[in-house]
Design a protein around this ligand. Sequence first.
Ligand SMILES: Nc1ncnc2c1ncn2[C@@H]1O[C@H](COP(=O)(O)OP(=O)(O)OP(=O)(O)O)[C@@H](O)[C@H]1O
Ligand SMILES: [Mg+2]
Length: 344
Amino acid sequence: MPDIRPPTSGLRLILGVETSCDETAAAVVASGRWLRSNVIASQFHLHAAYGGVVPEVASRHHLEVILQVVDAALAEAGAGWRDLAAVAVTAGPGLAGALLVGVNTAKTLAYAHGLPLLAVNHLEAHLYANWIETAGRAYREPELPALGLIVSGGHTDLVLMRGHGDYRRLGRTRDDAAGEAFDKVGRLLGLGFPGGPAVEREARAAAKTRLRLPRAWLRGSDDFSFSGLKTAVLHSVRGEAGPPPPVPELAAAFQASVVDVLSKKAVLAAQREGARSLLLSGGVAANGPLREALAARSPVPVFTPPPVLCTDNGAMIAACAHFRFDALRAGWDLDPQPAMRFCS
Ligand SMILES: Nc1ncnc2c1ncn2[C@@H]1O[C@H](COP(=O)(O)OP(=O)(O)OP(=O)(O)O)[C@@H](O)[C@H]1O
Ligand SMILES: [Mg+2]
């Protein structure tokens, strides 16, 4: 059994705070790799009735629970304010009102405790979930350059990571994000919100469906498109081309199409760019068939965070802050940046 215990001295503890969407989260991570605590208060039950996140509801709920979440993260880590080296917070992208709660909380706490404040980009942080140790597995650090596939509720990006802070965006979705497509299809199929886990569950009942839905390859480009696929599901549900197929078959065919396009395009880009590892990240990275397809197709090691670190969490914020400490130092005038970018 390999020794995966973290070093016992010289560790830098960072508190990471995340409120960009509908998770209020805080975590303590040691030197960007070792998880000391990870507290996530998810609000999805508050938004389920609306079929999507209601920004005003999200910010109000963040405000109600943020201090408890931070206290719980410190308690779970067995850490006090004096043990911390910094407070890191998601500055963007995300919902303006939701970000405001995290940014102002982190700013106030950092100032009051005499700690540096670090402003983290939420999408860059999704990539860093791959640097965090996974319980029960030998710790491996991704080798660079790496190909990052960020597939979340709001984004689908292919990014070449040449070094810490050194990125080039190769492609992005031209319409819906992969997670957004899962959510919309989940709604069309009457599976509730969020759609991703529900569609994956439903698809298991029809793993070997012969139903085939379109794939938008956009050849010659690293971009993606999922809106045509979503419309194809809609037409099928309405029975426009014959009797509507059973819901599990539609879920399976939709998922197979998304997984096929994401995995093949990511592997092609990784080979072309000479990447030494492939980093899957964002909420859709929790999808089992996507993880399996990438692992089966990729010639380079594929890193996949455990599902709890794929969706929004404070640990990835703290991990990113560790590796980019100096570059992310922020002033006390830090404001949320709802359209923040981390690479062009
Ligand atoms: N098992 C799964 N299969 C497919 N999709 C999933 C799965 N689990 C979660 N998702 C999707 O992941 C998305 C949530 O991911 P995440 O929390 O990273 O998004 P976000 O933070 O709202 O968006 P962004 O990171 O772009 O700001 C949702 O769209 C959800 O349906
Ligand atoms: Mg996210």
